[in-house]
Design a protein around this ligand. Structure first.
Ligand code: PLP
Length: 368
């Protein structure tokens, strides 16, 4: 049988390309605490992403936790049940109650009308996710936030490099948080970043990221260890050299799937093609109810052939026992999210996936 195919496979440049970076770290002797690699990566990423103020962190979850702390968010925060569980966990780690609102079935992102309906006197912020890299309804969310005096923190873990009308999506909201985990479009093994609107917020985040230290003897907040090491930062600098080629190949695969799946009974590609600023970070299909085997049967069938597609996102965050009693968590309140969780399958997509592998996956779906 052919090699197993996972939903993603981290991009790794040739090892010899990384050795000079390691030599430079060994020479400097500085391994962490904002060394030269860290400084270079912050600048390079800010330039690449088209933002002014960016702070690296150890991972995306820490980024979310620190972002919520930086804005002093309390009480209730409205968020989506259709995401990776870390979105809600970051709230709980700050003693904040997640309030779940339903998604728009077209975009899989929070439905602005449902956000507004979920606001209570305890609401202080909105934590939307740009699911699969599809931009949220940023203008409508901004208007709601203004009307009700709420902050907006975007979980932009899927949105690396996504643009809208030539502008970075990361400029919306009060803060945006990226993940550079190995499974993401751009990765540093583990890592993440917070995009701030101004230098003062960035400074506050950087204190929180470093135990609250502002100088050798002054601690201004109960900070955490949220730093990215020099090795991770160096790897990011190298990955950045390959990112345009990786994104181009992802978009090609996105196009090939669409072409091969077009018109297939019971299968729908719900997202628009990843042209015009999309990053093709995921390739979700909807397996519609009908005479043919359903989503879970297809998932099992692919697995039997060594193809590990993923049910992102199933179960819903609100279905995990730790969140089942949170406001809005009942499935009747979240019909669109529940339907998506029961019918979405994310197919493998990553730069090293070959056209022949895509054809084989689609053939297995066709023959189900
Ligand atoms: C990956 C991911 C995170 C967590 O990022 P880590 O870097 O793995 O901590 C948070 N939210 C979403 C939507 C994610 O996909």
């Amino acid at each position: 049988m052919s090699r197993p195919i996972y939903v993603t496979r981290p991009h790794l440049p040739p090892l010899e390309e990384f050795l000079p970076y390691l030599e430079s770290i060994w020479e400097s002797g500085q391994l962490t605490n904002g060394g030269p690699m860290h400084q270079r990566l912050e600048q390079a990423l800010a330039d690449y992403l088209g933002v002014e103020h960016l702070s690296l962190v150890g991972n995306g979850t820490l980024g979310l936790i620190i972002a919520l702390q930086a804005l002093d968010i309390r009480g209730e925060v409205i968020t989506t049940p259709y995401s990776f569980v870390a979105t809600a966990h970051a709230l709980r780690w700050n003693g904040i109650e997640p309030v779940f609102a339903d998604i728009d079935p077209q975009t899989f992102n929070l439905d602005p009308a449902r956000i507004e309906a979920a606001i209570t006197p305890a609401t202080t912020a909105i934590l939307p996710v740009h699911c699969y890299g599809t931009p949220c309804a940023v203008e409508a969310i901004e208007a709601i936030a203004q009307r009700h005096g709420l902050r907006v923190i975007y979980d932009a873990a899927h949105a690396f490099g996504v643009g809208q009308r030539g502008q970075s999506l990361l400029l919306h909201g009060d803060l945006s948080v990226l993940s550079f985990h190995a499974t993401k479009v751009f990765h540093t093994f583990e890592g993440g970043a917070i995009v701030s609107p101004d230098a003062r917020t960035k400074e506050r985040i950087e204190h929180l990221r470093n135990f609250g230290y502002v100088d050798e003897t002054t601690v201004v907040s109960a900070g955490i260890n949220g730093k990215m090491s020099e090795v991770n930062s160096a790897f990011g600098l190298l990955e950045l050299k390959h990112i345009d080629a990786a994104l181009a190949r992802r978009r090609e695969i996105d196009g090939l799937y669409r072409h091969l799946l077009a018109g297939m009974p019971g299968i729908r590609c719900p997202l628009p093609p990843a042209v015009d600023g999309g990053n093709a970070s995921y390739f979700p299909i909807l397996v519609e109810p009908g005479p043919r085997p359903g989503r879970d049967a297809l998932y099992e069938r692919l697995k039997q052939h060594g193809i590990y597609a993923r049910r992102y996102f199933y179960p819903l965050i609100s279905d995990f026992p730790v969140y089942r009693s949170s406001p809005g968590a009942a499935r009747y309140n979240l019909p669109n999210a529940a339907l998506a969780a029961d019918s979405v399958l994310c197919l493998p997509i990553y730069p090293a996936l070959t056209d022949a592998e895509v054809q084989r996956i689609v053939q297995l779906i066709a023959d189900r």
